[in-house]
Design a protein around this ligand. Structure first.
Ligand code: HEC
Length: 100
């Protein structure tokens, strides 16, 4: 009698255990969307205003529409012409300009 009770208890415990684990797989955590400035923590708009208006107007810059790679190439050209940007600033600015 005692033994049978123990077996039933064991079966119930196993069922509860299986039920508690089944179907409750944790959802995979989605990758967060990249947001402008995330890679470097720098504000592309500030960099644009600080670094790109001295030789020509900012309208000259904002009239163009490139992707991040295209902007990186333009910014490299501007650095060759004398613009003063660190690598991180160039990255953040290319990101900002391509996503604006
Ligand atoms: C040292 C001076 C100088 C600075 C600083 C400068 N530029 Fe220029 N930029 C030029 C010159 C000169 C031209 C004109 C080139 C030409 O007419 O071929 C130009 C032209 C441009 C053009 C239009 C031509 C093209 O290739 O599409 C863009 C876009 C541009 N610059 C973006 C920028 C950005 C973005 C920055 C800030 C990182 C910047 N510039 C900072 C000198 C500068």
């Amino acid at each position: 009698m005692v033994k049978k009770f123990a077996v039933v208890t064991l079966v119930l415990a196993l069922m509860a255990f299986a039920g508690g684990c089944g179907g409750t797989e944790p959802e995979p955590v989605p990758e967060p969307e990249p947001t402008p400035g995330e890679a470097t923590g720098l504000d592309g708009e500030e960099i644009l205003n600080a670094k790109c208006g001295s030789c020509h107007s900012l309208d000259r810059v904002l009239a163009e529409d490139y992707d991040a790679v295209g902007w990186a190439a333009v910014i490299d050209e501007m650095i060759a012409k004398g613009a003063q940007l660190t690598d991180d600033e160039a990255t953040a600015l290319a990101e900002y300009l391509s996503l604006r």
